[in-house]
Structures are given as structure tokens and as C-alpha cells.
Design a protein. Structure first.
Length: 83
């Protein structure tokens, strides 16, 4: 099962703007934003690049978790970060 966690688009200043899925909490997003992409991929997250064919300056990515939404927080805590 693959669960959509969030999408991120880059604003005009190059910063990521996140839009989370309904079941993702602010705590989940804090862990995700403060973790490296490599660490997240090691615990089961997948990043899929997005771009617009109509608007060349619109870029971003979708974040999925390979598992159920209930398994996200244990996976994030397994990385050993303390927030």
C-alpha cells in the first residue's frame, strides 16, 4: 500500500510550500521537513517529481509512504530524531 503524505511546490523564492494529505498531522510534517531526503527514503518514503507541461516554471514533488498511515510516525521516530 502506498499512502500520499504531501505535495510540495517551489515558490518564486525557491522555498518548498507543502500541502499535506488529510490524515497527516502537523507533527508528521515537522519530522518530514526537518529530515533529509535520504533518511526519509531509508525508512520507506518515496519522492516523485512533478512538473507542469503547460507552465514550465511550476515544479515540485509528491511524497508517498510505502505503507499505511498508522505506520508513518513509528518509521519517523525510528530515524532517531528528537524534536
Amino acid at each position: 500500500m502506498r499512502t500520499l503524505v504531501a505535495t510540495a511546490l517551489y515558490n518564486s523564492k525557491g522555498k518548498e510550500v507543502y500541502c499535506t494529505a488529510k490524515k497527516i498531522s502537523d507533527e508528521h510534517l515537522t519530522y518530514i521537513r526537518n529530515s533529509s531526503r535520504k533518511d526519509l527514503e531509508e525508512v520507506g518514503f518515496v519522492f516523485i517529481k512533478m512538473l507542469s507541461l503547460e507552465f514550465p516554471n511550476v515544479k515540485g514533488y509528491a511524497i508517498f509512504f510505502e505503507g499505511h498511515v498508522n505506520d508513518i510516525m513509528p518509521a519517523l521516530k525510528a530515524m532517531g530524531h528528537k524534536y
